[in-house]
Design a protein around this ligand. Structure first.
Ligand SMILES: Cc1cc2nc3c(=O)[nH]c(=O)nc-3n(C[C@H](O)[C@H](O)[C@H](O)COP(=O)(O)OP(=O)(O)OC[C@H]3O[C@@H](n4cnc5c(N)ncnc54)[C@H](O)[C@@H]3O)c2cc1C
Length: 324
């Protein structure tokens, strides 16, 4: 049974859905990418077949270097390791669409999870099997025993909190070292722009639907609320107008908070002192790539008592979680 109320701007609804194997200014491989990316591809492909939708597509990233220093950093990284990276062989290949002065590289393969289609399609499956309770979860109604939980008229072996940033205030897990990170994105209309790749020049320009592009995002560790800001919109529209050659029109502006963690590792598994209460959270900036693999680990843990990998298992916070 899934308890989930429809909230408009949860992280998964605002996210682009990019799976990118490299990260940061030094273009290093992301954590566990060699395991998580092929597994995610296989799982979203199977899910897409099951739901009869396109759940995932390969969309490589064309990375326009914003500065000569970034060009140098990419070339240096390419010399060390060519896996996932290639240098732009035709310097003018994208000049009809974008303005750029310092060349580009490509990141291959990257994938785009089709979140605006996957999320409602899976919701319909839950509805059709009477497995969805569409209402706010009320923590005061939950009774936890050693080997079962009771929530209103539901009795179950366990409850697993997959409630994103709501876990920051959840009575069982609020002591975990979460590090909320706000992100904003724009939806922009532009005609005659290529939809073959994700394009990047500091910000990502992501094909969304016909002539519509998702553009973002920001990474704010300090913020006063979860709302879209004028500062982001103005800065991003100005950058887009300098970069994209087609006329652009702003359609929408969204913001959400990523459930990130201080040590940049997820929180998976069962409460070390309350074995009927579990968590699946802390995906940070990488929910699309990490969630399939860790969901599989959690299911194997529940069904076959297999261990969750120690650096993701929430049991590593046994002492902190014992303080409550
Ligand atoms: C601007 C932006 C861009 C991003 N881009 C990417 C990207 O390209 N690739 C990527 O991998 N990740 C990206 N992310 C990160 C990604 O969004 C997160 O890692 C992921 O969505 C986290 O999923 P979640 O299920 O843990 O949380 P959420 O998506 O927030 O889901 C939590 C769910 O819990 C429900 N809920 C919470 N409290 C209650 C309650 N009390 N009662 C009932 N229901 C409740 C909510 O309604 C929601 O459905 C981005 C995030 C942002 C903000």
């Amino acid at each position: 049974m899934v308890i989930d109320e429809q909230r408009p701007d949860t992280a998964s609804k605002v996210a682009a859905g990019i799976i990118n194997p490299v990260t940061g200014r030094r273009i290093v491989k992301t954590w566990m990418i060699e395991e998580v990316m092929p597994f995610a591809l296989q799982q979203y492909t199977e899910l897409g077949n099951q739901l009869q939708i396109t759940a995932i597509e390969q969309k490589d990233i064309i990375d326009f270097f914003p500065t000569p220093q970034m060009k140098h950093a990419f070339a240096k990284r390419y010399e060390e390791d060519t896996q996932y990276l290639s240098l732009g062989d035709d310097p003018d290949a994208w000049k009809n669409y974008f303005s750029y002065d310092f060349g580009y590289g490509a990141i291959t393969p990257c994938y785009l999870v089709n979140l605006p289609v996957v999320l409602p399609a899976y919701r319909r499956v839950l509805q059709s099997t009477n497995s969805l309770l569409e209402e706010p979860f009320d923590a005061s109604q939950l009774q936890v025993n050693a080997d079962k939980i009771q929530y209103k008229d539901i009795t179950a072996h366990a409850i697993i909190f997959c409630d994103g940033i709501a876990s920051f205030n959840n009575p069982w897990f609020s002591l975990l070292p979460f590090a909320p990170n706000k992100g904003e994105a724009l939806l922009i209309e532009a005609n005659d722009m290529p939809a073959s790749h994700i394009f990047k020049k500091g910000i990502n320009w992501v094909p969304w639907s016909k002539n519509i592009f998702w553009v973002g995002s920001s990474y704010e560790w300090e913020f006063t609320n979860d709302q879209p800001t004028d500062a982001f919109r103005e800065r991003t529209m100005a950058a887009v107008q300098q970069w994209v050659k087609s006329p652009v029109r702003l359609l929408n502006h969204k913001a959400s908070v990523r459930p990130a963690t201080i040590e940049r590792r997820p929180f998976i598994g069962f409460h070390p002192h309350m074995p009927a209460v579990g968590i699946f959270n802390g995906m940070g900036t990488k929910g699309c790539s990490l969630a399939p693999l860790f969901a599989e680990q959690l299911v194997r843990h529940i069904q076959q008592q297999q261990p969750i990998q120690p650096d993701a298992d929430v049991k590593r916070f046994q002492r902190i979680l014992g303080k409550r």
